[in-house]
Design a protein. Sequence first.
Length: 324
Amino acid sequence: MNYLITLTPLKPFFFGGDVTFGKLGDKEGGTYLVKSRHFPQPTAILGMIRKEMLIQKGFLTTKIKGEWIDKHLKDKAKNLVGNSKFEFDTKQDFGTLEKISSLFLEKDGKKIIKKVAIDNYEFIVDNNKQPLLKNYNPKKDIYDNFISTDNSKTFKTEDIFRSVEEVGNSKFDSENSLFKKTSYTLKHNFKFAFYLESDFELKDAFVTLGGEGSTFKMEVSHSENNSLEYEDKNNYLTLLSDAYITLALKDNCTFAITSEISFNYLQNKFNENKRTFQKSEQTRFLYEKGSVFIEPSDELLENLNNQNLQKIGLNHYSYTKGAN
């Protein structure tokens, strides 16, 4: 079955990255500045869905002292959501959870993606055979652009996200304990959305997402689609999700406008019968959703088509080879 799932924040949300609060006495003098990302990582969406499936099936025991799966239910739980932890280079098995699409925004029935504003310029190759964007103005932020999948509307970040700042003093530290945290909420009926392919009969729920447990209203509806559909009018390759690419771009496309984002995910660690969560040891860098590539090579397409990553919402893109 295919589902369209939307997530509406019930309070300001915080999606962390590599930047976290510092330790007392660090070089910043104990003044901590952290800022949420606008979108959760795909691994956070994956973890949220797996947990909610376990809850709705009655396999997850939740009490004040923690959450666990009873021993006699472990095999059933494994069949439901798999027993795999996310790994970049290992084929995953998530039970009845077959695929998660790229994450996008939805407003009043329209689907909205992040995309650099390349359509405002004409791509040409000059007399010196150098590719460039005609009339490009470097003073304008080409990255701060969102567009509906029917190409009828565009938005800026400030049209979608409202920042919420929290400044305070940590009562647990005696000195240098000031902090400033910037969270976000969505404006004007915007929602996060994604497609899910699973045989499990998922229901509406209230869920938490992100390291700080931000609360969302999850609404579930059946869908004919299991992936986001978008066509660039110039048939440029557009990243619909963050993507892990291991090839040199200069050798594998004619032109590209990209930005990068660091990627870490949480791993279970067991020590003296206690479970803790730690960031993955290796930080990888992904090309950010909305990046655009012109005339990608076959090798680049093959590199993008990583089914292991696409299964959890990474490496999704829009491109039709030979359409031009």
